[in-house]
Design a protein around this ligand. Sequence first.
Ligand code: SF4
Length: 332
Amino acid sequence: MIEKKQRVRALGLCSGGLDSILAGMILKKQDIDVTWVSFETPFFTADKSARAARQTGIPLIKKDITDIYLAMLKNPPLGYGKHMNPCRDCHALMFKLAGDMMAQGNYDFLFSGEVAGQRPLSQTKPSLRYVEKQSGFDGLIIRPLSARVLPETDVEKRGLVDRSKLMDFSGRSRKPQIQLARELGIRDYPSPAGGCLLTDKNFSIRLKDLFNHDENVSHNDIHLLKFGRHIRLNETVKIIVGRTQADNQSVMKFHDPEKYAHLDVKDIGSPVILVPADIDNESLKMAAAISVGYTKTPEGQSADVVVTWKDRVEILRVKSIVSSTLRPLMLG
Ligand code: SF4
């Protein structure tokens, strides 16, 4: 009996952007059984990828990699880009993790939507080579949008993919991708910018400060960087001040009573403020005064501030501090 040839199976990194979509579709057109994986951390989600999967019918695996990502992010071998984005080591890690899934899931090779020369640092040809080598899956990674301007991979040499049907895109122009999207009938795709908080200037200032002052960074600590004002009072004390009602709710959602106490001004609408659970008395009084300063209490007048610790509640009577004097202490 002649055994039916199994379809070639490919596992691709997906960001949900047009390049990811096109890379998957190009392989699909070669009758390759394509699956995407989208990794999640507090810095980026799989939301756009989920939309791309619905649109194309390509199955998507979502995987949270926060712990292993944080370990890399604290000390990326090639350092950071303009902000806290370690793009080359980020890609290398993602391909390494996808490669581990490749063996378990019986995939034949890995792919991504990267385009040679599209980004100044992370997608130069040497950067693409770095990622292949560092991932541990050299020869098993193809970039369908740029394959014909890159050296032939083992995947192509073995005939798993028809190289002649892959693309030769390179450089920063998006025109070839937009043209190809039109040919493939893809009309709905997100704009290329955005999506990763590590490329955001203000978020990066807060993250760097966190890494510099806290050896036990938790997932919640990172989520808290996204909300409110962050004010560093001194080397050991940073406080987080909700800016809006929605901020207050988010701050409380990620508030860990083991690590923080929270402050409210009694009987007046006030922002939620988080302070470290091991805060010293002087800093606590200052944080309380700041919380009064963010209410309608007239300047120089006192108010009661409720401090809620994990196991007790305390009330401090303090005078307000004018919030505009805090600007130099603010992070991001
Ligand atoms: S922008 Fe963010 S998700 Fe994308 S490669 Fe860089 S660090 Fe990774």
